[in-house]
Design a binder for this molecule. Structure first.
Ligand SMILES: Cc1cc2nc3c(=O)[nH]c(=O)nc-3n(C[C@H](O)[C@H](O)[C@H](O)COP(=O)(O)O)c2cc1C
Length: 163
């Protein structure tokens, strides 16, 4: 899949096949996150890989819209180092999601609305925080990939030279 197709067809999907993601594929996803650029190359992130059912279920309780997380074969928490910027974490997260999609693995970012709960489940050191959790899996069906949520038209959001 070329980069443009990968970006355009990537949709956040929450229904996954009960099929594991191989260690080799996982390493490629993690490498894509690692290679993201960051402010002053601070690389202010850690990635916590979760595959244990009980821990995924515990983590799901820390988000208000995370019911699908326990059934995902792979979950990666993107953790921000102290002082790290959300933009940097977002770049790493999107890199991982696109690298996965290029191999036919869909994903969904999941917010942890209860930060202390997530820190506790993930065993984070003081001052580290969960930027986002990402669920990954092979798509359950074609239909699960096409919820049809539209994007705003370029004409409504692009400006030339000034607002
Ligand atoms: C920062 C962020 C937090 C999100 N949190 C959740 C979440 O907690 N639960 C969820 O199901 N989806 C979550 N999403 C996914 C959005 O709902 C999704 O990106 C949006 O609806 C577009 O979906 P689409 O790509 O399938 O069109 C989140 C997305 C972002 C960028």
């Amino acid at each position: 899949m070329d980069a443009n197709t990968c970006i355009r067809t990537k949709r956040d999907s929450r229904e996954y096949k009960d099929e594991p993601i191989s260690e080799e594929t996982l390493q490629r996803i993690l490498q894509a996150g690692r290679m993201a650029g960051s402010s002053k190359n601070t690389q202010p992130w850690h990635f916590i890989v979760l595959r244990d059912d009980a821990r995924k279920a515990e983590l799901a309780k820390c988000g208000d819209f995370a019911k699908h997380v326990p059934a995902a074969p792979l979950v990666i928490a993107v953790v921000l180092s102290p002082g790290g910027g959300a933009f940097d974490a977002g770049r790493a997260a999107q890199n991982m999601m696109l690298a996965a999609w290029a191999e036919g693995i869909t994903s969904c970012p999941v917010a942890m609305h209860h930060a202390d709960c997530a820190s506790n489940v993930l065993g984070l050191p003081d001052d580290y925080q969960t930027a986002i959790v990402i669920s990954f899996g092979y798509p359950e069906s074609e239909a699960s990939l096409h919820r049809g949520i539209p994007r705003n038209a370029l004409a409504d959001l692009v400006h030339q030279e000034q607002w």
